[in-house]
Design a binder for this molecule. Structure first.
Ligand SMILES: [Zn+2]
Length: 533
């Protein structure tokens, strides 16, 4: 069955507490949703704020190949004739082929919030829909609070749908506006509406009871053929139904057609793009599209997915444009390390060396390192295991001081031993970590002139045992790049400088390993791996 998709990231999504888009962002997202094959893109409420008005003005320049842009608004105010209602006129002027308008289906809301009789409420709905239809618009009628309204007074709620239908609404969309309806009840109500009305029934759910996606799927199983939601589940309070999950379930589990299997492989990338523009971290555990959606950590799981991924994956990650990941951590068995080694092309490690590596990983994770994130530290450990006894330098000691006020206020001295010679250097830096970095590179560059391409791009500190206050143990995760690829190293200590120093040492040791490692196949494998992360 063909099911219509209606994304409201740009309207209901922006009502989420942390979500804010500029007009430029909104235009880019509309373009992306169109590329993904979404049928309707609800762009905003032109009558409610200048940003949305500007969006619709500029959206006239958008080249949408598939999607129909939709403007959102409410039925006319009770006191205004429809043709004089500013909100309704703004909808017409938005210039979109489709308008979505909401009206009251709950008698309590009509009487208390609007202060109108049942007949007056039906007139608001009928006249507004009719006015928009007469102006050439396709109208999606959003029956606000439909399920609460139906439970309270089913005949009242159904008569509001009849008013919209009589006036020419193309879609009757049933909204669980407060998100409080549970799935069985919601499904029963959709089935009753389906029996009474022909044409397209839509479903719009909120996630306050954590069942928005389930409710949407249940509504489709009862005959709804139009699904509304936000790609990443953004929205008022606890959010709207996560449209990415709805689409994936309909396509992969129920055999319906929404955006089709080919576009489905772009789903993960589209969701990340939308999160990126919202400047929000994508939920790692977001089903189907999150980074952890196909990440395996437990040793038994990993050994099974290596034989057949279906053992612990409900769908193929590639079908939604995601990928399988195997994590290395204190829960790791040998299988995780073997998988990682295969990924990195380091299968030459002996059984014995692999066992030792697993033990070292478990110990480091126990002490607080995060090797899932620190792929550089993991690679260094593997390289060290491949070349036991290789040691580029020993640290004899370091000192660092920081003075308040002046620029370049930190200075450091580092002493390292290379073979039998001791090298030392002193340097100033913007901060203690920078000063230590400069010193260490000074000491080593005489021996390894190629060193120096690598630079720090991100630095994160995380308190591991916050109960100890400022004496707490911290984990420092540093991200590095050499312009071609990036990787991270980790250090853990109750001294933030020491933890940073450990991450810095790992980065430089790894750099030296890579520079002096002559095995091109290893370099190639590492390169492929790093590009892949
Ligand atoms: Zn909503």
């Amino acid at each position: 069955m063909r099911i219509q998709t209606f994304d409201t990231t740009l309207r209901d999504g922006t009502q989420g507490e942390a979500v804010s888009y500029s007009v430029d962002d909104k235009l880019l997202i509309a373009q992306k949703l169109d590329e993904l094959g979404i049928d309707y893109i609800e762009g905003g409420w032109p009558g409610s704020n200048p940003k949305d008005k500007e969006f619709f003005e500029r959206a006239r320049q958008l080249r949408l190949h598939h999607a129909r842009l939709t403007a959102f608004g409410s039925t006319r105010f009770a006191k205004n004739p429809v043709e004089e209602d500013r909100n309704v006129r703004a909808l017409v002027e938005a210039g979109t082929p489709v308008c979505a308008i909401f009206g009251k289906s709950w008698d309590f809301h009509a009487y208390r919030a609007l202060g109108v009789t049942e007949e007056e409420n039906e007139a608001l709905i009928y006249e507004t829909v009719k006015y928009l239809v007469d102006h050439g618009k396709e109208v999606v009628y959003d029956a606000e609070h439909f399920f609460d309204g139906y439970i309270n007074n089913p005949e009242f709620a159904l008569r509001t749908l009849e008013a919209a239908k009589r006036a020419g609404a193309y879609v009757l969309c049933l909204c669980d506006t407060n998100g409080g309806t549970l799935t069985n009840r919601l499904a029963e109500i959709v089935a009753q509406v389906r029996q009474r009305f022909d044409g397209i029934i839509g479903i719009h759910t909120h996630n306050d009871s954590d069942v928005a996606v389930a409710n949407t799927i249940a509504a489709v199983e009862e005959g709804a053929t139009h699904v509304q939601g936000c790609m990443n589940g953004y929205g008022e309070r606890c959010g709207n139904a996560t449209l990415a999950s709805v689409i994936a379930n309909l396509e992969l589990k129920l055999g319906h057609t929404t955006i089709g299997p080919e576009k489905l492989t772009q789903l993960s990338a589209a969701c990340r793009y939308i999160a990126e523009l919202a400047n929000l971290t994508m939920r790692r555990d977001q089903p189907f599209v999150g980074q952890s959606a196909f990440a395996h950590k437990g040793g038994i799981h990993v050994s099974a997915v290596m034989k057949d991924s279906a053992t612990y994956e409900h769908v193929k990650p590639e079908s939604v444009g995601n990928r399988q990941r195997v994590l290395v951590s204190d829960l790791s068995g040998k299988s995780n390390v073997s998988y990682k080694l295969r990924q990195q092309g380091f299968e030459r490690l002996s059984e014995e060396a692999r066992r030792e590596l697993v033990e070292r990983i478990k110990e480091l994770e126990y002490l607080g390192s995060d090797l899932e994130a620190a792929d550089g530290t993991f690679e260094l450990m593997v390289r060290e295991a491949l070349r036991p006894g290789l040691n580029f330098f020993e640290v004899e000691g370091y000192e660092v001081t920081t003075r308040s006020g002046a620029p370049h206020r930190s200075s450091a001295t580092v002493k390292v031993r290379v073979h039998d010679e001791v090298h030392s250097a002193t340097a100033h830096g913007h901060g203690p970590v920078h000063a230590l970095d400069v010193c260490l590179r000074k000491c080593l560059s005489a021996l390894y002139p190629q060193i120096g391409d690598v630079r720090l791009t991100d630095y994160k500190v995380r308190v591991l045992d916050s109960k100890k206050g400022t004496a707490a143990k911290v984990r420092v995760l540093v991200e590095w790049t050499d312009h071609r690829k990036s990787w991270s190293t980790v250090g853990v200590s109750d001294d933030v400088i020491e933890a940073s120093w450990m991450a810095l040492l790992d980065a430089l040791r790894l750099e030296l390993m890579r520079l002096t490692e002559k095995d091109e196949s290893v370099d190639k494998a590492v390169e492929d791996y790093c590009w892949g992360v």
